[in-house]
Design a protein. Structure first.
Length: 102
């Protein structure tokens, strides 16, 4: 079995948010510090890997185009390729399948 790598770049901005939360905790008063610490914990526990982010993006893109994430037809493939013009046909098909849970 071969593994196919989907050629879609994922940008992670969570490090920027994390730095901002850490700085806010450092200067927070006793009232706001617990909430900021909780936000930092949530950020750390919800950070996803590239695969999960790609699948979530594909599902959101399909929904935004009025397509159910379980639809693996050409309309779904076209919607992803329109949203990411550099996305190849093979990668778009694979993303549609992943979004459908296949």
């Amino acid at each position: 079995m071969t593994t196919h790598h989907i050629n879609l770049t994922v940008l992670h901005d969570s490090d920027v948010f994390r730095e901002a939360l850490v700085a806010a905790v450092a200067t927070a008063d006793a009232c706001t510090e617990p909430g900021l610490r909780r936000a930092l914990e949530l950020l750390d526990t919800t950070t996803r890997d590239d695969h999960d982010i790609k699948v979530r993006w594909a599902r959101a893109c399909l929904r935004d185009n009025g397509i159910e994430p379980g639809d693996t037809g050409m309309r779904a493939v076209k919607a992803l390729r329109s949203a990411a013009p550099g996305l190849g046909l093979k990668d778009a098909v694979k993303l549609v399948e992943l979004a459908a849970g296949k």
